[in-house]
Design a binder for this molecule. Structure first.
Ligand SMILES: C[S@@+](CC[C@H](N)C(=O)[O-])C[C@H]1O[C@@H](n2cnc3c(N)ncnc32)[C@H](O)[C@@H]1O
Length: 348
């Protein structure tokens, strides 16, 4: 049994629909009991947010066995088996190998990550993704991302990683203690926050960009006492997730859905891998308000999509519709100017 107690003072935005209950209780169990105490100082920012000063105690007591056996072959979605010792730790990817139980394809770990893309291991074949995906594979962009680039998102209303984590924690309460995928993690800032929070049994940082994963690896290496156990870096395409169906408790996707080649294929994949009751939480930006007055916005967006491969959402309704179409329910969101954080879950 692990018990962790910490007190943090944050200045955060909190959604007003979250109510006053700051506790989540599960039945007594045999595995990790994680206790966290948060004192949060809340700043109101717009009509969607409320001013309050809660003292938060999150108690996670999860029943049954925690599912860490989630990796699957991206070709046939059947489970993979470790050849040699299982390596759910950042330090032991090199030399480790996974094999699909069904198609027998093997996937090797390199220093920073496991390559679980369908084309991994191909020698002559090479393909390129749409520009919005390829862009983040450029080494210099990956290097810059956490060294100034991401910080600029504040101009669009993104509160910043720590505050975004505080916001999403309310959405993630039903799945605390379980596994979480940080989908399109970039250089892994949220995956590192998840791991250090001690609130999850397994954290998988996933991105298509090998250079982003390399950056994440280097950031982790520099951190003292980083909990490397049960923390993995995985290269994969969001449209072909290397996880068994209904095996994942939570998927987070920060500032990424607008970069995905096909948001609907990706959200459908997320829906496939989430277990019943599993939670999807994501952030993006929405071009509404004054943008509504731009003539021909929809055809303009279509052209932008074709050129850049990125998708601009024009309303919260679009996100809700996308989640519903992909089999997720209980959509809710919070806004701060262009920024939106939304959540939906797999039905029980
Ligand atoms: C703007 S960054 C977001 C990084 C981070 N999640 C954050 O909150 O700052 C978008 C990320 O999406 C990733 N991405 C784009 N297309 C992808 C795909 N097809 N599969 C997986 N990741 C993809 C990029 O490599 C990039 O790291």
């Amino acid at each position: 049994m692990a018990t962790v107690t910490s007190t943090n003072i944050f200045s955060v935005f909190l959604p007003n629909q979250l109510g006053n209950s700051r506790r989540c209780f599960f039945k007594p169990s045999t595995i990790p009991i994680i206790k966290r105490k948060f004192v949060s100082k809340i700043r109101a920012s717009s009509t969607t947010f409320v001013e309050t000063k809660p003292t938060e105690t999150i108690v996670v007591e999860k029943e049954g066995s925690v599912n860490k056996n989630i990796l699957a072959c991206p070709i046939c979605f059947e489970q993979v088996t470790w050849i040699g010792d299982p390596c759910l730790s950042l330090d032991s990817a090199t030399g480790s190998c996974l094999q699909c139980n069904t198609c027998k394809k093997t996937y090797s770990g390199v220093q920073s990550h496991f390559d679980l893309t369908a084309a991994s291991g191909a020698k002559d074949y090479g393909e390129s993704m749409p520009p919005a995906t390829e862009f983040f594979r450029i080494p210099f962009i990956s290097f810059l991302y956490e060294r100034g680039w991401r910080q600029n998102f504040v101009w669009g209303g993104f509160p910043g990683p720590e505050k975004e984590f505080e916001l999403m924690k309310d959405y993630l309460k039903p799945v605390l203690g379980g596994n979480i995928i940080d989908a399109s993690c970039g250089s892994g800032m949220f995956s590192r926050i998840f791991a250090k929070s001690g609130l999850f049994s397994l954290v998988v940082a996933l991105d298509y960009s090998e250079n982003m994963l390399q950056q994440c690896y280097e950031f982790v290496k520099k951190e003292e006492n980083f909990p490397k156990e049960n923390y993995m870096l995985v290269r994969a395409d969001i449209s072909r997730l290397p996880f068994a169906s209904s095996s994942v408790d939570a998927v987070h996707a920060g500032a990424a859905i607008h970069c995905w080649p096909s948001p609907s294929t990706a959200v459908a994949e997320i829906s496939r891998v989430l277990r019943p009751g599993g939670v999807f939480v994501a952030t993006t930006y929405i071009l509404d308000g004054p943008f509504n007055f731009i003539p021909f916005l929809r055809p303009l967006r279509q052209n932008m999509m074709q050129i850049s491969g990125s998708y601009a959402f024009l309303s919260e309704g679009e996100l809700k519709d996308l989640c519903r179409a992909c089999g997720l329910v209980g959509f809710t969101c919070i806004r701060n100017r262009r920024f939106v954080m939304f959540t939906a879950r797999k039905p029980n």
